[in-house]
Design a protein around this ligand. Structure first.
Ligand code: 9D3
Length: 229
């Protein structure tokens, strides 16, 4: 799957795609992640990407021309990307949306900044506007990294074990059960006997029960369905 990211701070996006799972997936050719500096499409000699808002007021607004030029150049290649604007006004990201985005062969993510983006970008260029949650970020860069991570790990082969993605919290609508590793006694605190019993079916039942319990306690909003018993 291919991701193009349009930003004025490409350096913010180097780290997240160069470590761990995403790095390996890129090396294996499963993910093609390209970060583009929006200034490349700004007009010389000043390479301005923003300007003062019509009507007055504080802050700056992204000009339409560099964004249109960039998207038109990048989207000229096939398959045509689904164009996403990261902004606080967007649809909230959740696992269902991550799966929808996985279905779009190619994503072009535009990182907003400052007070906003000229409305004509939204009206005539953007297919979908997405927020990663109800909190204020300094810009769309970290949100773009979140989307690439959440969608990229769903691409077949990116996770070593294909059952991992299905077992995730939110895939079955439950939080994770508790995990333990050695030693069996640490500072006098023990591991539940069930996990040491070696009885696979009993362990599975314990994990399911604990997952429901953790969800009821920490995220009761996730339990409004009948499937968990
Ligand atoms: C003046 C009102 N603010 C809107 C709530 C202005 C504003 C704040 C922060 C405009 C842009 C931003 C930068 N944030 C993003 O670009 C952003 C974002 C976010 O702040 N939270 C969650 N998801 C996202 S996706 C992009």
């Amino acid at each position: 799957m291919r991701f193009d990211i349009l930003t004025i701070f490409p350096g913010m996006l180097e780290g997240p795609f160069s470590e761990s799972i995403l790095r390996r997936a890129r090396e294996r050719g499963l993910l093609d992640i390209r970060v583009h500096d929006l200034r490349r499409w700004a007009a010389s000699p000043h390479y301005r990407v923003d300007d003062v808002p019509y009507g007055g007021g504080a802050g700056m607004v992204f000009k339409p021309e560099p964004i249109f030029a960039a998207v038109e150049e990048l989207a000229g290649q096939l398959p045509r990307p689904w164009v996403v604007l990261l902004s606080p006004q967007g649809r909230r990201l959740d696992q269902a949306l991550a799966r929808e985005l996985l279905g779009r062969e190619r994503l072009l993510l535009i990182c907003g900044r400052y007070e906003g983006v000229d409305e004509r970008v939204r009206e005539h260029l953007v297919n979908e506007e997405i927020s990663i949650g109800d909190f204020v970020l300094s810009g769309g860069e970290l949100a773009a990294a979140v989307i690439v991570d959440a969608v990229g790990r769903l691409v077949p082969g990116v996770l070593g074990d294909p059952s991992s993605a299905e077992q995730d919290s939110f895939s079955d609508g439950l939080l994770d059960h508790p995990h333990y590793t050695r030693p069996a006694v640490f500072r006098g605190w023990t591991v539940p006997d069930t996990l040491l019993s070696g009885h696979h079916a009993i362990i599975e039942a314990w994990r399911q029960k604990e997952a429901v319990r953790a969800t009821r306690r920490k995220r009761p909003d996730l339990l409004n369905t009948t499937k968990h018993g």
